[in-house]
Design a protein around this ligand. Structure first.
Ligand SMILES: *[C@@H]1O[C@H](CO)[C@@H](O)[C@H](O)[C@H]1NC(C)=O
Ligand SMILES: *[C@@H]1O[C@H](CO)[C@@H](O)[C@H](O)[C@H]1NC(C)=O
Ligand SMILES: *[C@@H]1O[C@H](CO)[C@@H](O)[C@H](O)[C@H]1NC(C)=O
Ligand SMILES: *[C@@H]1O[C@H](CO)[C@@H](O)[C@H](O)[C@H]1NC(C)=O
Ligand SMILES: *[C@@H]1O[C@H](CO)[C@@H](O)[C@H](O)[C@H]1NC(C)=O
Ligand SMILES: *[C@@H]1O[C@H](CO)[C@@H](O)[C@H](O)[C@H]1NC(C)=O
Ligand SMILES: *[C@@H]1O[C@H](CO)[C@@H](O)[C@H](O)[C@H]1NC(C)=O
Ligand SMILES: *[C@@H]1O[C@H](CO)[C@@H](O)[C@H](O)[C@H]1NC(C)=O
Ligand SMILES: *[C@@H]1O[C@H](CO)[C@@H](O)[C@H](O)[C@H]1NC(C)=O
Ligand SMILES: *[C@@H]1O[C@H](CO)[C@@H](O)[C@H](O)[C@H]1NC(C)=O
Length: 503
């Protein structure tokens, strides 16, 4: 409320006095995007985040239907940056050959990522933490490649790590060891961001993207949290340790019930994931304290989300992501900021491809000039600022990863598979390639088609079956299957407006 008043007073004064001030006023709000790695919401991934829930969720909105457009790190992060579905940004997997941080991506997609627009509007920009899985590798230009749009660049080389990592510090290599006080990556990202806030110019707004490694493997908690949650185990409800009997090929492979060794492994992972999140919870608290002390808190939008979900034992898959089910595609999404009323829980379906459009909307960009597939959810969060409608349907699409040779530690398995650990249960395969259409508003339905040699189809009624235990494809009215198939075909080739207006 206060900031809305400040804004209008400021605008009024600016109109009367000089246009230069006005340009400051219009671009007034700061924006922070906190992006965790592999944090689910379905399996209790937000439970340890008490301070984050209070300081962001209770101070603003919690979206109860937030999804990723694709449940794997590099394609998902590419969707966040470009506001596009994978079929339009063309990042298919975590390898350079699948366009993850590839030179093609650097030429064709990265220059149109949303931070570039913000920087042009004179936002001061800061990046800290994990970027894209192949970032910094030799074939992707090494640490010398700093994407356009960033004033301060502190990006991790490669995939998430907590210690013994390399950063690109504005294009220069910076190596780190394993001294907690000096190197723990989550804390380092926070410290660098606080320093950026101290050094920034108060005359222009700022945008920060903080991307801690938590709760990704290797799940290395800060020393003070290594004993936390000693009694915590993965939740045993829903599809935990259930067979995936009526599902696609990959889901029919795991042993059921799971061996005890798998259960021990996943319980340990679950506990350690929570431990690593305690440092992120501290990060949020420290950041908000700082914003308060520099008097920017009431004028800053803070988004908290993750690249995708995660599972621990669902359908007898020990640990990972990559599946079409709720546990892997749902993400946490909490937002606070000017014009957003506190303590709201919103059911509107939102996707990670919407983050960029929402952020550009906040920055006052004319969205019809932006070539992205997502749509701003500012109208849902702050109806006093914007009018807008919800999307009727959305797409989740995924290209399975595999290896052309047999995993030597699992000689009984053939080629074409990936992530066969623990106990030689494979979490991915080349033919785990699918596209799904999802509706939520009138009917909570999911319809998925696989690119495998069975042309497998799965359909779930999430109203009657929230844990997706029963594939209803053989029971449901064929006319409905046909409608869902038509929607899916449209979405799979959509771009821009056609992604938003599927009937
Ligand atoms: C990588 O991106 C380029 C340009 O967008 C595209 O032509 C190519 O097919 C993509 N590669 C894959 C594996 O999708
Ligand atoms: C970091 O690297 C050093 C040197 O190779 C090694 O001794 C140490 O165990 C590593 N620390 C972690 C946490 O991996
Ligand atoms: C971050 O800053 C705090 C407070 O100054 C300090 O105690 C901690 O060691 C720093 N951690 C890292 C990784 O820089
Ligand atoms: C597996 O764990 C269950 C429950 O803790 C126990 O009853 C069973 O004996 C264990 N099986 C093996 C093979 O260790
Ligand atoms: C936004 O851009 C579109 C397309 O260029 C243009 O037609 C429209 O007038 C612009 N709207 C505003 C409010 O400037
Ligand atoms: C939303 O639409 C209504 C009805 O057309 C209009 O009165 C109101 O001013 C609009 N609000 C915003 C924030 O644009
Ligand atoms: C990633 O995608 C490329 C292009 O389709 C493919 O050649 C490569 O095998 C994929 N990588 C993995 C690990 O599946
Ligand atoms: C999927 O790929 C695996 C490994 O290549 C193969 O054994 C299996 O038959 C395939 N299944 C389908 C349905 O395509
Ligand atoms: C699918 O392909 C695999 C080999 O990749 C083969 O073993 C299997 O029989 C095929 N299934 C069908 C239904 O064609
Ligand atoms: C889904 O389940 C709900 C609740 O049981 C039911 O009312 C609805 O008709 C079902 N929809 C379909 C398509 O089966």
């Amino acid at each position: 409320m206060a900031s809305a008043r400040v804004l209008s007073t400021c605008l009024f004064v600016a109109l009367l006095t000089c246009t230069l001030r006005c340009s400051h006023c219009v671009k007034l709000s700061n924006i922070i995007l906190i992006l965790t790695d592999d944090q689910d919401v379905e399996m209790g991934g937000m439970t340890p985040m008490k301070k984050t829930k209070a300081l962001i969720g209770d101070a603003g909105v919690t979206f109860s239907n937030a999804f990723t457009a694709t449940p794997l790190c590099c394609p998902s992060r590419s969707s966040i940056l470009t506001g596009k579905y994978p079929h339009n940004h063309m990042v298919r997997n975590n390898s350079i050959s699948g366009n993850c941080s590839s030179t093609t991506w650097q030429k064709e997609a990265e220059p149109f990522a949303f931070p570039v627009y913000l920087n042009k509007l004179r936002y001061q920009t800061f990046y800290g933490g994990k970027y894209l899985n192949q970032y910094g590798s030799k074939d992707a230009g090494g640490v010398g490649h700093v994407p356009p749009g960033w004033d301060q660049w502190h990006a991790l080389v490669g995939n998430s790590k907590y210690y013994n990592y390399t950063l690109s510090l504005n294009g220069k290599e910076e190596k780190h060891g394993d001294n907690y006080e000096k190197d723990y990556l989550t804390d380092l990202v926070l410290n660098r961001s606080l320093h950026f806030l101290e050094e920034r110019s108060p005359n222009h707004p700022f945008f920060m993207m903080l991307s801690p490694p938590s709760p990704h493997s290797p799940w290395t908690a800060a020393p003070q949290y290594q004993q936390s949650f000693s009694d915590v185990k993965a939740p045993r409800d829903g599809s935990f340790n259930m067979p995936g009997k009526d599902k696609h090929w990959l889901l029919r492979q795991p042993a059921n019930p799971m061996p005890n060794s798998s259960i021990e492994y996943l319980d340990n992972a679950y506990r350690r994931r929570w431990q690593t999140l305690l440092s992120v919870d501290d990060m949020v608290e420290q950041l908000i304290k700082k914003l308060d002390s520099i008097k920017e808190l009431s004028n800053t939008y803070i988004f908290y989300t993750s690249d995708h979900g995660y599972h621990t034992g669902q359908f007898s898959l020990p640990i990972d992501k990559r599946q079409l089910y709720e546990f892997d595609i749902r993400i946490p999404l909490l937002v606070r900021g000017p014009g957003i009323k506190p303590k709201q829980v919103l059911q509107s379906p939102v996707l990670n491809i919407d983050l960029s459009m929402t952020i550009l909307d906040i920055a006052g960009v004319n969205l019809s000039t932006v070539n992205m597939d997502g749509q701003s959810f500012l109208p849902q969060m702050a109806p006093s600022l914007r009018n807008g409608t919800e999307r009727p349907f959305f797409l989740v699409e995924y290209t399975g990863e595999g290896h052309s040779s047999t995993d030597p530690s699992c000689p009984k398995l053939g080629p074409g598979l990936a992530e066969c650990f623990p106990d030689c249960v494979c979490e991915d395969a080349f033919n785990n390639t699918y596209a799904c259409v999802r509706s939520l508003k009138d009917a909570n339905l999911q319809y998925c088609e696989f690119a495998d040699n069975e042309s497998f189809v799965e359909m779930y009624n999430l109203t009657s079956d929230p844990h997706q235990l029963e594939n209803i494809v053989k029971k449901v009215d064929p006319a409905l299957l046909q409608i869902m198939n038509q929607r899916l075909i449209k979405l799979e080739s959509c771009t821009g407006d056609s992604c938003r207006n599927v009937k």
